[in-house]
Structures are given as C-alpha cells and as structure tokens.
Design a protein around this ligand. Structure first.
Ligand SMILES: [Zn+2]
Length: 410
C-alpha cells in the first residue's frame, strides 16, 4: 500500500480510496525456464474506487508497454463460447446497419487475432483493426499495428473516412490513458456514428466475488455510472446498453456524440439500479474486501485439506484470472501439482508467480491423471467440464468461486 495519493483516471482531481490489496502479482507471461522464472518481476496489485464516478481501478497501473512487450499469450477465439459471442456481436451490428448499407465502415480497437474483423468482413462490412500485437487477421483484414490513441486516430482519418461504427471488446478497460483514447475515438467516429464497447461489469464483479478478474493488464472496472462520467467529459453519451455473459458478466455500451441518438429506457433503468447499489460509497467496497479475505481462507483450506489426505490436485487452463487467484492465495507446486492448458504457447512453460509446471490437456486427462481438477474458468463451468469428460478426465472438479467447493455430480 503506497502513501502517495492516486487520483481517479477519469475525474483526475478526485483521490481514489483503496479497498483491496491482492498482494504482489506477476504479469500474465509464462517463463520458459527456471532461471527466467527466478528473474520474474512482480508488482503490487491494489484496487481502489472513485467516490465521485464509481470507477474501480488498479492503484498503480503498470504501463501497458511493459506488460504487453514480448510475446502475447492471449488469443481471442480460443474458447468456443467467446467465438460464438463475437459471431453474435457481428450479427447484431449487421442488423443495426441493415437499413443503410452505405454505412458499414467499422474500426475495431484491440482486434487481437482478428476473429471479430473477419466475422464482420464476412457480413459485408469494410473493416480496419488497430492492435499493438496485430498485423493481419487470418482472413486478411487490415490491421494498424499500434496502441490506439489520439495520434493514431489522426493518422487513420488523414488517409481514410471516419467510421460509422467503432468497436472495442475488452480493450477499453486496459488502455493506459483513457482520455487520450476517448479523444482518439471522437476523431475517428462519424458525427452520427456509434461506439460499441464491452467491459467487465463492476456490479456483477462485486456480486459474484470476481476478484480473480483483477489483474495488471486489466486496470479498470466499469459501472454504467463510471462510463457515463468518462464519455461525458468528451462530448459523448451512452444511448443504449446490454448486459451480456462474455467473461462472466459484461456490459455492452452503445455511445455516440451527445444528442446524436435517442437515449433508450435500458440506460435510465440500469442507472436507477446502480444508484440503489451505492457504488460511490466506501462501505460497499469494504464489505467486498471482507468477503474476499474470507474466500481466500476457505479456498486454501479446501485445497490443502484434500492435498494432505494424499490427493493429487491440478488446475485446468491458465486464464489470467488463475494467475491472480493462485498468487493471492499463495497456492504453489506443494499444493497443486500442475496446471493444464490447450494453448501450445503455454504448454511446457511455468505458471507465473507461483511457478507450477504447465502441462497439456492430454496429460491432464491421460493415464497419470490427478484426483482433482480446479476449474479456473469457472464462469464457463459447463463448457469446461464436458470438454474434460470427453477427453477422459475421471477425477473430481473443484470450483474455486464464488463459493469454493467440490462439484457433486450425478
Ligand atoms: Zn472518478
């Protein structure tokens, strides 16, 4: 916990109030060798909230250029659910613009491996991606390789028209400079265009105790209240919202320039609900922090009791949330023998921070399989469980959150 005052990334002059320390946490990068693992860097991961706009933020965010340098281990489209989700989003955007086929220019910020760009191109959109790790997508959609901000935005509009739609799925929470991002957005957006963003939804995070969703690469957690505040500072406003299931509870927001769109009832209704949740009150976050501390004790006890009875416990899949959870709970190779993964980029490497070996899913489900598998991606529990059963896993499943338990199955 630092002594320096940290100010809200949106409001700028409002000090944020710290409410939760998740300890020293590494980046979600998988060391290849023991030597590399010993040299691994960690940073304190502390969360605070803004008493004015309710934005929850990492107290001292590590700069994205440090975190995302070198290899990039996250590839969109790997889970079936998320691929379907992007397909649905593409359909919805297509339906939205059907009345005016001339208005189909889309820019996606944070286009990752290009899954959504390709899905949109197939539906007749003219697409452009912006991504620091991108070059072109699988199907050849063009990508500007850079961090999006006001400078990149100026370059884009100097060579082509502004966009009718700008999309950012889960990038909005990661960007270092929110105001520079929003300034860039106002540059590339047509005067009656719409910006569609998806972010993990703060009230859902609080409700289902998703502290494991906090990590360095993800430095902000939004409510509608916080989004309205940030957009408002750039002449933009939210005109429609959808609560969607991606990543265990996300908010999809449709925004545009002020007065360019009619504000839907969905917005006023959700805002009323948020006001009732007291998202700018300290007591809300103190209660959350107490539930987190209690969860850590119970999860650790569950795993260690099983291990001390001689059971072998492994983890299934290495999402960033598993990194936060295991490091916060200090569960290492003495408690968990291995963590499995389907991405060839991670297999054979070492799990960040707690240094557990990463094995393939075939090995997890093979002849030497463990007695228990912890389902770290508990927000897609059913998908994971049936996949592991299909591949021959016979052991029991541990669900870490919101309530740590061994899954009872018929
Ligand atoms: Zn604020």
């Amino acid at each position: 916990m630092g002594d320096d005052i940290t100010f809200c990334q949106t409001c700028r002059d409002v000090p944020i109030i710290e409410f939760l320390s998740l300890g020293e946490q590494p980046a979600c990068r998988f060391p290849e060798t023991q030597e590399e693992a010993q040299d691994e860097q960690t940073w304190p991961l502390d969360l605070g909230f803004c008493p004015q706009c309710s934005l929850v933020q990492v107290m001292d965010p590590v700069h994205e250029r440090v975190l995302f340098s070198g290899e990039y281990h996250h590839l969109a489209g790997l889970t079936k659910g998320f691929r379907e989700h992007l397909g649905t989003l593409a359909d919805e955007l297509a339906a939205h613009q059907d009345s005016d086929p001339g208005r189909r220019r889309v820019i996606e910020i944070g286009s990752n491996d290009g899954s959504l760009l390709d899905a949109l191109a197939e539906r007749g959109f003219e697409v452009l991606g912006v991504d620091p790790c991108g070059s072109v997508s699988a199907k050849g959609s063009p990508v500007v390789t850079d961090y999006f901000g006001s400078e990149v935005a100026k370059k884009i509009v100097s060579s082509s028209r502004p966009a009718n739609i700008v999309v950012a799925t889960n990038t909005f929470a990661h960007v270092t400079n929110l105001h520079d991002f929003l300034e860039g957005l106002s540059t590339i957006l047509e005067s009656d265009g719409m910006f569609v963003s998806e972010s993990h939804y703060l009230p859902e995070l609080l409700h289902s105790l998703q502290y494991d969703f906090a990590y360095h690469e993800h430095s902000r957690y939004y409510s509608l209240t916080a989004l309205q505040h940030a957009f408002g500072m750039h002449g933009l406003e939210v005109f429609d919202i959808d609560l969607v299931d991606a990543h265990g509870g996300s908010i999809r927001v449709y925004a545009g320039f002020r007065d360019a769109h009619e504000i839907r009832e969905s917005v006023t209704k959700l805002r009323r609900e948020e006001d009732a949740l007291k998202l700018t009150s300290e007591a809300t976050y103190r209660q959350f922090a107490a539930r987190v501390a209690d969860h850590r004790d119970r999860f650790r006890t569950l795993v260690r009791n099983l291990a001390s009875d001689g059971s072998r416990i492994a983890g299934s899949s290495c999402p960033a949330r598993a990194v936060t959870l295991l490091n916060f709970c200090s569960l290492g190779p003495g408690d968990i023998t291995a963590v499995s993964e389907i991405s060839p980029l991670k297999i054979g490497r070492i799990f960040p921070g707690v240094h557990i070996p990463v094995i393939s899913q075939e090995e997890l489900c093979g002849p030497e399989q463990p007695d228990y598998a912890i389902l770290f991606s508990w927000h897609i529990l059913d998908e994971l469980r049936s996949r592991l059963r299909e591949e021959g896993f016979r052991g029991k499943f541990i669900v870490p959150l919101p309530e740590p338990h061994v899954l009872s199955e018929p």
